[in-house]
Write a protein that binds this ligand. Sequence first.
Ligand SMILES: [Zn+2]
Length: 278
Amino acid sequence: MTETLAHGCLTKMAVEPGAPARYTLRAGDDRLPLDSLLGEPLRLAWSGAIACTNCGRATRKSFGQGHCYPCFKRLARCDTCIMKPELCHYFQGTCREPEWGESHCFQPHIVYLANASGLKVGITRATQVPTRWLDQGAVQALPILEVDSRQQSGFVEMLFKGEVSDRTNWRAMLKGETPELDLAAERDRLFAQLASGLDALRERFGESTIRPVEAAPRTFTYPVLEYPTKVVSHNFDKRAEVAGRLMGIKGQYLMLDSGVINLRKFTGYEIVVSHGVS
Ligand SMILES: [Zn+2]
């Protein structure tokens, strides 16, 4: 007996902070709140179709998390400078979409410390807080600096990367073995260690462009019945049907008793989500 719960092309799950965080799976126009499905048998079946999240065209392969190849080559959001903001080329007049850049990159950005699998540094647009942290599966986060643009945040992050990782170990994050950190103490330590580097950036971009943020550390909890001891991941490209009991949700991962799946990775994939076993 199976019952269809949602059908359409995946976009990343919506998530709101709470105790625990509340997730909603999004497939096409369908919205499926997942909290009541914890512990239940689920089946996700990919039809074989992928639609570009930007233009809607069918694409055989997904580029840059859910784009067709032409959009991937054309959109500013798919450019290298999004992942490496220090490579921003707006001022050379070569931004792929200058207006998009102005409304997304030339906006206040936050440099933060987070703990998803240990201490890391990251950057995000101020409006993406706290979604960004929940999407990473962070259990703690602390904004430490605010800057005027994405490019500036990239230079600050480069400086911090000398001392702190900018990566999450997703397997460790999914095992839930994350010792608690004193993020305020880590911030103070890093500010002291990197003082001359921060001064140099302020000299370059203007004294008021890199501002300390006064904020309290945030903590996040996730709906998880049981963490996996061994992390096995599902992949629609290898097997179109994924089934198992929903044991938890963290970051953009569904944790099934048969393995985990990163739904964000399959943005644009047309899937049917059903309840029960076939
Ligand atoms: Zn497209």
